[in-house]
Design a protein around this ligand. Structure first.
Ligand code: GAL
Length: 826
């Protein structure tokens, strides 16, 4: 029985890996699961890259060294919201290639790469039979979803891929997910929000859940997904209840799509995924902690689960059921009691005892008697993160005035340099051909950007015709993706975005020759679906100008001049060793906003160890680099006003539209700058801004847990890890913990009795123990973490015969600054 945590190594830096792995292990994971990212490992055909964030061997060794197993999903198609689904874009250019089907050129390339990875792993002795952590591999990814599009060739491809993979001699099992026709020697596995009841295509195969989507990904201009942990825990408990043996959280840590690695259409730079470990590597609470308890409870049942041939099924009610696992001739017995009613709680009788099950929940009974955990009862703390200027700054400041100034000026810099990107042709390598070329055929995805430039002649008669009939000519593009900015005679006249959408734009033309320039952009290449190699980018169909005297002017077959990329990209303006003689000028406040501009400045790192972000909310759309590291695309697109519920009800089947947040706000404003990319001072920040923004307002901030809250009832379970057959009398415990290097500086709220509300809006109810605050302060203040028994013996009984709860809100502060504050009071 295995619990697995999905972490994609290139979505973090090697410096972050040990902590992410450790936090997964502490959260109860036995296995780390990752895809292998072909496009990162073979950026040019035959030139392999296993360095930095792509140091797969190092990642696998770290997993092994921490005592965890590894599930390596080689793909090499991976989907994963990764650019082009993980395929290197050069693969499109192999003559005669059709991806993911019975096609010789494709199979040859796929085999070469998969073999390369297996060989590297074997040479480094990383398979389990060699003493390494790799216990399982994966070939392809959810091919079953699109197999029909390829007819018989699709079926043949599945057989070929399976045989090819197994033939590489890795010596560990191979998995195919969402592949009902997987051959007998490959394990077919389930992906989804729920996989209980999933049956592999043979009863000789174990029941694997390769992707449990514990959140979801985000698009520019979209809301933020949130999957409540009560539902997630329910799904996991149901899976093991009904005979599952391996479950992986997709993602346990989502991380960041650095550079131009994010897929499409239109996926944002953050890949936080609402995962138990957030984008920056901080715990997302209560998700992480509640799952940790769940894992501990499931592990208590493991002896019975693995000993029993199968579960005994007992119907407890119309929507309530038990699965009982008994070890053959031993006395071990474990049970799961489920209430799948989405609305009502239910009291059921089980083996002579009565149990109350909240709606949409599972209770876990490791001894078939004691319920040690229920998926819907969350006792773990909630953490509220603050994104602010350097939290430790108060430690270094000389007094309150200084502190005030710091609070008002968290700007990354007050002095900026600027440089204009040329509009249109800038370099000698432009070329002119008849007709509209497909965007990726020209850029090879070496850049997001491609200029399409043509000339249109407007006669006196056209002008007169427009005046007489009050016509404004229209530019019509049949189909376009992902973004286009339209320029006439050097002026930006309009923009459009979308995934193969029609564009209609009014244009003002002058008599004589007019330059029409289309600035075409990709924002992450398609990563899902059949035939992604044929999808391409840029424009499809016709480009026409309507309303001319002699009818429409079809520009589709006109001569077009192509200019790939930006001059600034070509000059590597973002590099730390970039040529200082470039024409940078000092930026003044009245020069902003402006389009197609490069900006640069230098900034000092915030002190301390907290994760660092740039707040880019003052900017439009573009890309950013810190010390030459591409931190990703940014885009301040705002999510729709509607579609977020006031309260998130965990009950009932989850989908990614449920419980969304961030309505009416920009989808992403914070951009992660990993600590290992920063120097203490003089960090070079370079931006390319397309649509116009104000760099003077960019700020550098740190992310930390500012507030922790918990709400635990006196009839809650004692901590799962303290449970044993011998000792069942322990009281429930409330635990509060700040991040490393932080202490609980103050108790903002504490009430043992009948407190109301949720974190940050708690209030005292009718019943309240006057001792609440003093008990909490004494036990917690000045400490990194504290534990309090939730019982009358600690607080006194403020209202006999009432079930009491303890609600607490505490403030976390960096150790150094509180220490400083303490000093100044003396
Ligand atoms: C799955 C796919 C994953 C990922 C996920 C959504 O279908 O296998 O790679 O794309 O969807 O996050």
């Amino acid at each position: 029985m295995l619990i697995s945590a999905g972490i994609h190594y290139p979505r973090a830096t090697p410096n972050m890996w040990p902590d992410l792995i450790a936090k997964s292990k502490e959260g109860g994971a036995d296995v780390i699961q990752t895809y292998v990212f072909w496009s990162g490992h073979e950026p040019q055909r035959g030139q392999y890259n296993f360095e930095g964030r792509y140091d797969l061997v190092k990642f696998v060794k770290l997993v092994g060294a921490s005592g965890l197993y590894l599930h390596l999903r080689i793909g090499p198609y991976v989907c994963a919201e990764w650019n082009f689904g993980g395929f290197p874009v050069w693969l499109r250019d192999i003559p005669g290639i059709v991806f993911r089907t019975d096609n010789e050129p494709f199979k040859e390339e796929m085999k070469r790469f998969v073999k390369k990875i297996v060989d590297v792993m074997r040479e480094e002795s990383l398979f389990s039979w060699q003493g390494g952590p790799i216990i399982m591999l994966q070939i392809e990814n959810e091919y079953g979803n699109i197999e029909d599009s390829y007819g018989q060739k699709g079926k043949d491809y599945v057989k070929w891929a399976a045989k090819m993979a197994v033939g590489l001699g890795a010596g560990v099992p191979w998995v195919m997910c969402q592949q009902t026709d997987a051959p007998e020697y490959i394990i077919d596995a389930c992906n989804g929000y729920y996989c209980d009841g999933f049956k592999p295509n043979s009863n000789k195969k174990p029941v694997l859940w390769t992707e449990n989507w514990d959140g979801w990904y985000t698009t520019w201009g979209g809301r933020l997904p949130h999957r409540p942990v009560e539902d997630l825990a329910f799904a996991v408990a149901r899976f093991y209840q009904r005979g599952g043996s391996f479950q992986n959280y997709y993602m346990f840590f989502g991380g960041t799509n650095f550079g131009r690695t994010s897929g499409g259409p239109n996926y944002v730079t953050s890949y936080d995924y609402d995962a138990p470990i957030d984008e920056y590597g901080l715990l997302s609470q209560p998700k992480w902690g509640h799952l940790k308890e769940l894992h501990a409870a499931i592990k208590l049942c493991e002896p019975a689960l693995v000993a029993a041939e199968s579960a005994q099924y007992i119907k407890l009610g119309s929507m309530q059921e038990a699965h009982v696992y008994r070890g053959g001739n031993t006395s071990i017995c474990s049970a799961f009691l489920a209430n799948i009613d989405e609305h009502k709680s239910s009291t059921v009788q089980f083996l002579g005892q009565s149990y109350t099950l909240p709606p949409w929940s599972v209770s876990i009974l490791p001894d078939c008697k004691t319920s040690v955990f229920n998926t819907a009862k969350v006792g773990t703390q909630t953490s509220i993160k603050v994104v602010d200027f350097e939290a430790t700054s108060s430690a270094e400041s000389s007094g309150p005035e200084h502190l005030m100034i710091q609070k008002q000026v968290p700007l990354v810099s007050e002095s900026w340099m600027a440089l204009k990107e040329p509009i249109g042709v800038w370099g000698g390598d432009n070329f002119t051909v008849q007709g509209i070329l497909e965007h990726l055929n020209v850029t090879k995805d070496q850049t997001d950007y491609l200029w399409y430039i043509t000339r249109v002649y407007v006669s006196d008669e056209d002008i007169a015709h427009w005046k007489e009939n009050t016509i404004t000519p229209l530019l019509k593009i049949d189909s376009m993706r992902d973004v286009v900015h339209i320029f006439i005679n050097g002026q930006l006249i309009g923009s459009a975005k979308g995934d193969w959408v029609e564009v209609v734009q009014q244009v003002q033309l002058k008599q004589g020759y007019n330059d029409l320039m289309l600035f075409s952009e990709t924002v992450g290449l398609q990563n899902y679906g059949a035939f992604i190699e044929k999808d391409g980018a840029g424009f499809k169909g016709n480009i026409t100008l309507t309303g001319f005297k002699n009818g429409d002017v079809n520009l589709t077959y006109s001569p077009w001049t192509y200019q790939v990329g930006l001059k600034g990209e070509f000059q590597k303006l973002y590099a730390t060793d970039s040529d200082e003689s470039s024409d940078w000028t000092n930026l003044t406040h009245d020069e902003v906003p402006s389009i197609l501009s490069w900006y640069k400045t230098y900034f000092d790192s915030p002190g301390g160890k907290d994760p660092v972000v740039l707040d880019m909310s003052s900017m439009g759309k573009g890309q950013a680099w810190v010390n030459g590291h591409h931190i990703g695309r940014y885009w301040t697109l705002v999510a729709p006003q509607d579609g977020c519920q006031e309260t998130c009800d965990y009950r009932g089947a989850y989908n990614s539209d449920k419980c969304q947040t961030n309505c009416g706000k920009p989808t992403q404003i914070w951009y992660h700058v990993p600590r290992s990319w920063l120097n203490p001072s003089d960090n070079l920040l370079v931006l390319f801004e397309e649509t116009g923004g104000n760099p003077f307002e960019i700020s550098v901030k740190t992310v930390s847990v500012g507030t922790v809250c918990a709400h635990v009832s006196e009839d809650y379970y004692p901590p799962v890890e303290t449970w044993s057959h011998l000792n069942r009398e322990t009281e429930p415990i409330m635990e509060l913990q700040c991040e490393d290097g932080y202490i609980i500086a103050s108790i903002e709220f504490a009430s043992y009795g009948t407190p109301q509300g949720t974190c940050q809006v708690f209030s005292v109810g009718n019943c309240h123990a006057p001792t609440s605050s003093s008990v909490l302060s004494k036990a917690c203040e000045g400490k990194n973490s504290c534990k309090i028994e939730v019982s009358n013996s600690v607080f006194g009984d403020p209202c006999p015969r009432t079930v009491k709860t303890l609600a607490v809100e505490a403030k976390c502060e960096p150790l150094s600054s509180s220490w400083y504050a303490g000093l100044s009071e003396m």
